[in-house]
Ligand binder design. Structure first.
Ligand code: HEM
Length: 212
């Protein structure tokens, strides 16, 4: 195999891709059903999500599923998301990177600083959503908590859901904006040229492991 820019190199394994898309589907259901529960303005969404009663039952179940799927996945990604000195430089050069100029990001490893910030914000936010969600979970857990605790939990739950929506919105926008990135999560591979441009240190590491 030649070391040309169009040559494909593996980026995400089968397990990681299946888990990632399971997280994305569960998140989409949680977000839409959460909106329907949040405001009567969005309650019409419940008609496409199985009806009000079923959706109310499924929303916390899906939250539990998100916790069960996301944290084992996150544990596998921790190593590649450790904050390195170059990441602060990436943040400083972010606007040049967004203009598709090639700033000094020579040491970007598997994930860039923007991806790492998304990762590290999701870790506490999903946990907080889960804990506050338990306080609101009717009919099983909510009756064990005071009205004040449930009100506070409702407020924190809504704020975290909003932050998560914005964070995932940026994540999806960045994935679409970075041509070749969606393919990485669908097929599992990227071109060598893509890796060299976006994640040069990771590309060098992959090449070293290949023994070239
Ligand atoms: C809903 C639509 C979504 C799309 C289109 C999408 C797209 C992508 C793509 C293309 C990548 C690969 C980036 C690369 O290889 O550099 C990725 C990675 C990742 N995504 Fe998503 N994603 C979505 C939802 C989510 C959700 C809901 C979460 C979790 C809350 C999530 C968490 C992650 C994580 C943790 C990574 C690995 C990058 C890192 O560790 O920072 N994604 N996503």
């Amino acid at each position: 195999m030649s070391a040309t820019g169009s040559e494909l190199i593996p980026r995400h394994g089968n397990g990681a891709r299946v888990t990632h898309w399971a997280v994305a589907i569960v998140f989409t259901f949680l977000f839409l059903s959460g909106l329907a529960l949040f405001s009567p303005f969005f309650f019409w969404l419940s008609y496409v999500l199985g009806g009000g009663a079923l959706m109310r039952f499924l929303h916390p179940m899906a939250g539990a599923a998100l916790v069960a799927i996301f944290y084992p996945y996150a544990a596998l990604l921790v190593g590649d998301n450790r904050w390195l000195p170059n990441d602060s430089r990436w943040v400083a050069h972010m606007s040049a990177y967004m203009r598709k100029e090639h700033p000094d990001i020579g040491e970007t490893h598997k994930y860039n600083a923007g991806q790492k910030l998304m990762f590290w914000s999701m870790v506490p936010i999903i946990g907080t959503l889960a804990v506050t969600g338990v306080l609101l979970w009717q009919p099983w857990f909510a009756p064990h908590f005071s009205a004040g605790a449930r009100r506070a939990a409702g407020l924190i739950h809504s704020v975290c859901a909003f932050i998560m929506f914005v964070g995932i919105g940026i994540h999806v926008y960045a994935a679409i904006w970075t041509a070749g990135s969606i393919n990485a999560m669908i097929r599992g591979t990227v071109t060598r040229a893509w890796a060299r441009f976006h994640h040069p240190a990771w590309e060098r590491e992959v090449t070293r492991k290949e023994g070239r």
